[in-house]
Design a protein around this ligand. Structure first.
Ligand SMILES: [Zn+2]
Ligand SMILES: [Zn+2]
Length: 425
């Protein structure tokens, strides 16, 4: 089927005409030759297939270097400062993780280190490595697996969610103490923006095409005979191959046991969500008195204090999104398993929404981490993490894994069923 183009073809041509497998619905799409600033969409499910930015190599390189420098600055200065009756505390990004480790909440510290520091650093280094190789037309070792790894890491980077957590924490504390943002906060804000821009400039299909050209193979050449579509790079390999010959990913007609994995992880998320709401997520110690508060109690408290935007943010992130996501995943599993009445396009759009919003649920976890680190003044005022923070964090991670395990192509199998005897896409 021919692809939908946003603009008429323009010179110079950056990618020749070829067939691409849609990563979402699996349709094999005939792409025309694509020039700079052109973008192609799947004619069946509207999925963005590939676009060629104005500077497809220098753009990602410039933003990746900028992001790395801003990350170094963000780690070098104080992030937030608080003053309670003359007692001043400043915290840095790394202090957050260290303090949480000391309180025996290693899972939270690992999530913070991984999602805010390590995975973004790994992603940026991989991008600099890959695009330097492309820019200087030099084949570097491990380019294919590194390109796949960079794409897999992207959904787990949560610098923007952490920043929202920092803002919520500061507003929460504003009525009790003098609070202020340090230099690191502004560096982190710049880092978040530059990182988001770097991610938006990466086109996995185009990246794999250029890497293959460096290896002396042209993945856009027409294949004769039956073919597999690769879910990772979108190019077609002969049906007899077990692995994609262009990115080396394993080829499947559909992800093995996709529905079972999605349902099992969804069940785990539902189970974890119960203690996350029943037990306190945070304990506040003030003048010798300890007050535990659950997620819902925290929302009511902020509402009563008149902090309506904060109450709304926490309600949406911690109550509305998790519940909506769990219901939607359950519906998608049912729709994929049973004869369905709903058009697959509507279900695919629902999947895209829950896949996009899921990670924002982590806001409350970051708020707890920041407040625990920031408010440490003994019996005068201290904040301690509650056990619900662990189960809530586990719920967010399992629900994200559940959404990632779901093979959207199952929704389209009524229109184009997968062969049972032979692998194909
Ligand atoms: Zn599609
Ligand atoms: Zn591939």
């Amino acid at each position: 089927m021919p692809a939908t183009l946003t603009t008429p073809p323009a010179e110079p041509i950056s990618m020749p005409a070829h067939v691409m497998a849609c990563p979402q619905c699996g349709l094999h799409v005939d792409l025309p030759a694509l020039g700079t600033r052109e973008e192609a969409f799947c004619p069946r499910c509207d999925e963005h297939l590939v676009s060629i930015p104005r500077s497809p190599v220098d753009g990602p390189l410039a933003f990746a270097w900028t992001s790395l420098i801003l990350l170094l600055l963000a780690c070098s200065f104080p992030l937030l400062a608080i003053d309670v009756q003359g007692n001043q505390t400043q915290i840095s990004l790394l202090q957050n993780a260290e303090t949480i480790y000391r309180r025996d909440f290693a899972l939270l510290a690992n999530v913070l280190l991984l999602c805010v520091l390590l995975l973004p650093s790994l992603f940026l280094l991989a991008i600099i490595y890959l695009f330097s190789g492309i820019k200087f037309v030099h084949r570097l070792p491990g380019m294919r697996p590194l390109a796949t790894l960079a794409a897999r890491v992207q959904p787990w980077m949560m610098v923007d969610v952490f920043l929202l957590g920092a803002i919520v924490s500061m507003i929460k504390m504003a009525s009790l103490a003098q609070v202020g943002f340090g230099l690191s906060f502004w560096a982190l804000l710049g880092f978040s923006l530059a990182l988001t821009r770097t991610g938006s400039l990466i086109e996995p299909h185009w990246l794999h095409y250029r890497i293959n050209l460096l290896h002396g193979t042209d993945p856009t050449q027409r294949q004769t005979g039956p073919t597999h579509g690769c879910h990772t790079c979108g190019f077609l390999s002969p049906a007899s191959d077990e692995r994609c010959r262009y990115c080396h990913a394993t080829l499947y007609a559909r992800h093995p046991r996709s529905l079972q994995k999605t349902a099992a992880l969804l069940l785990a998320a539902i189970v974890l969500y119960l203690p996350a709401n029943l037990y306190p997520i945070m304990l506040t110690e003030s003048l010798g008195r300890t007050t535990p508060s659950t997620i819902v109690q925290g929302i009511f408290l902020m509402w009563q204090k008149g902090s309506y935007p904060i109450a709304l943010i926490i309600f949406v992130a911690s109550v509305f999104i998790p519940i909506a996501k769990m219901i939607a995943l359950g519906l998608l599993c049912l729709a994929a398993a049973l004869p369905r009445q709903v058009h697959p396009l509507h279900l695919t759009r629902l999947y895209r929404i829950i896949d996009f919003i899921g990670r924002w649920s982590m806001v409350d976890v970051f708020v707890v981490i920041i407040l625990v680190t920031l408010v440490r003044m003994g019996s005068l005022m201290s904040v301690h993490p509650g056990v619900a923070a662990l189960s809530f964090c586990g719920m967010v991670l399992t629900s994200m894994l559940s959404a990632m395990s779901f093979d959207v192509r199952l929704l389209w199998d009524v229109q184009q069923p997968a062969s049972t005897g032979h692998k194909y896409d």
